[in-house]
Ligand binder design. Structure first.
Ligand code: XMP
Length: 528
């Protein structure tokens, strides 16, 4: 694994300049990184121990020190080497970051006691400097701190206060060192974006020329350099955005030396396998290997109705099937994956301390390490929306780039109870009807997912003069930003009516359509 990871680090540190964010354990590091990238400025996150290495590799234009759950005066609280401040780089400390700066530069941090603030609070600007330029004299900011700055270091001035907190913002403008007790990265801080922009673009003078689409050539060059002139890559293509964009990038770099493996597990949606074949084999002319493992998956799932057991079986069989195919492509020395930045961000463990936990995530169900293939992960420094932009730049169709998420275990988690082909056939048809009716009216924009679920419940109906006794299905439509929470959404009644009519009339085996009106939490998006 270490060999694989080292490769990944070499790939991602190729981009130079921008903002390096030091993670002191906050839950908002990714949010800071995204806000800065949304300004068109490259940013990366690292842990305190690796700042020195990253300064050399990335040569950032500025540092942002994040918040964190600890108190700076605790013995094992995360720390930075103060020598970093001698490099002349502009620095912005946020919350714990401000408090660490305060301690490192000769000021004093204390427990805030009565002055602790959690949530929205009103801040008053005392001096704008560049940092608070354009910020209203009174504005709402979001605070979350149990400590505060009791005494600023020499050379610092107070820029803003809140009632309980005398130092809400401070600066040593000569050294370009700034600090905020509030969190500019969260949307509750009404003018937070302006404050971050002022620091990144004006104090630090970063150029806002980072466009994810522009990195295509850079990525292609990096893949070529890693794989060499004769290397071959095997890549598990799922038909989702990440593996598709990764495949197109690798294909651009090495053409026929990329071998894509698409596993048909029998749990796909209607038309999914055919769409992958048309796009990647016919249009992109990739070496695509479709493994028909439908019987194998359904055989292993026979008689199983426990949701967790179903998921485990599907994951295991996928790895077995993929391993067999990858071994058959015996010339490959590399494994291509569409791993994204959130999956590889190093972060300070939430319980504090300087231990770095590195989440190592495998996109397609945890791929086998014993294949002994070196990883090629061209997307490992990108967020999902950036991958979508690259996909557009590469000419992938919107139906793929903007498609709704589809879970790895496929229709198995939407076919409640035992999964059988007899039940999958009507589920596939019902799901296709939901998608068609939603997408043909453009209603999918703004929705996170819209699909059908098959229940192992039969009810009585009447069709013509005949009594029916068939299964029920559920229509599930949700909106969400990140799938952590979700709201149920109501499609226009005429669309619901049409979906219901079509399912009952066109899909043998289903005689009842129900609507799921549950939000997450307490329900989950998928039913299993
Ligand atoms: P839940 O059901 O937990 O789903 O609210 C949250 C989001 O994750 C998707 N999902 C999965 N995606 N592999 C995936 O790649 C999985 O095993 C999996 N399970 C759920 C789900 O579709 C929703 O968008």
């Amino acid at each position: 694994m270490s060999n694989r990871r080292a490769q990944g680090d070499a790939q991602v540190s190729s981009h130079q300049g921008g903002v390096l964010i030091v993670d002191f354990g906050t839950q908002y590091c990714q949010l800071i990184a995204r806000r800065i990238r949304e300004m068109g400025v490259y940013s990366r996150i690292t842990v305190p121990d690796r700042v020195g290495t990253m300064l050399e590799a990335m040569r950032p234009d500025a540092l942002v020190l994040s918040g964190g759950p600890r108190s700076v005066y605790e013995a094992d609280a995360p720390k930075l080497d103060p020598a970093i401040l001698g490099r002349g780089l502009p620095v912005l400390g946020i919350c714990y970051g401000l408090q660490w700066l305060t301690g490192a530069l000769g000021g004093r941090v204390e427990p805030a006691r009565d002055a602790r603030e959690y949530g929205r609070t009103e801040m008053r600007v005392i001096e704008r400097d560049v940092l608070l330029d354009g910020v209203d004299e009174h504005s709402v900011v979001w605070m979350s701190h149990g400590d505060h700055v009791a005494e600023l270091p020499p050379g610092f001035r107070v820029l803003a206060s809140s009632k309980p907190c005398p130092v809400a913002a401070a600066a040593d403008p000569d050294r370009r060192i700034y600090g905020l007790q509030f969190h500019p990265e969260v949307t509750h801080t009404v003018q937070g974006e302006r404050v971050l922009r002022n620091f990144v673009l004006r104090v630090a003078g970063c150029r806002d020329d980072w466009h994810p689409g522009d990195v295509v050539q850079e990525k292609v060059r990096a893949i070529r350099a890693q794989v060499g002139e004769h290397g071959e890559v095997v890549l598990g293509l799922s038909g989702g955005v990440d593996s598709s964009v990764a495949a197109v990038l690798v294909h651009k770099a090495i053409g026929p030396r990329l071998h894509c493996v698409f596993v048909d597990n029998g749990l796909l949606r209607k038309g999914e396998r055919e769409a992958v074949e048309v796009l990647f084999r016919d249009e992109y002319r990739m070496d695509l290997h479709v493994v028909d493992a439908r019987a194998r998956f359904l055989g292993e799932l026979a008689g199983v109705s426990d949701p967790e057991q179903k998921r485990k079986i599907i994951g295991r069989v996928f790895v077995e099937v993929f391993r067999e195919k990858a071994r058959a492509l015996s010339n490959a020395q590399f494994l291509g994956q569409g791993t994204l930045y959130p999956d590889v961000i190093e972060s300070v463990a939430a319980h504090g301390g300087a231990t770095a936990t590195i989440k190592s995530h495998h996109n397609v169900g945890g791929l086998p390490e014993d294949l002994d293939l070196e990883l090629v992960e061209p997307l490992r420094d990108l967020f999902k929306d950036e991958v979508r932009q690259i996909g557009r730049e590469l000419g992938l169709p919107s139906s793929l780039v903007d498609r709704q998420p589809f879970p790895g275990p496929g229709l198995a988690v939407r076919c409640l109870g035992e999964v059988t082909e007899e039940r999958l056939v009507p589920l596939r048809e019902a799901d296709a009807i939901v998608r068609e009716e939603v997408e043909s009216r453009g209603l999918h924009e703004g929705l996170w997912q819209y699909f059908a679920v098959s229940l192992p419940v039969r009810s009585v109906g009447v069709m013509g003069d005949q009594r029916t006794y068939e299964n029920a299905c559920v229509v599930r439509v949700v909106s969400s930003l990140d799938a952590m929470t979700a709201d149920w959404e109501l499609l226009p009644v005429d669309v619901l009516r049409r979906i219901s009519n079509r399912i009952i009339n066109e899909v043998p085996g289903l005689n009842r359509v129900c609507l799921d009106i549950s939000s997450k939490p307490p329900s989950t998006i998928e039913w299993e």
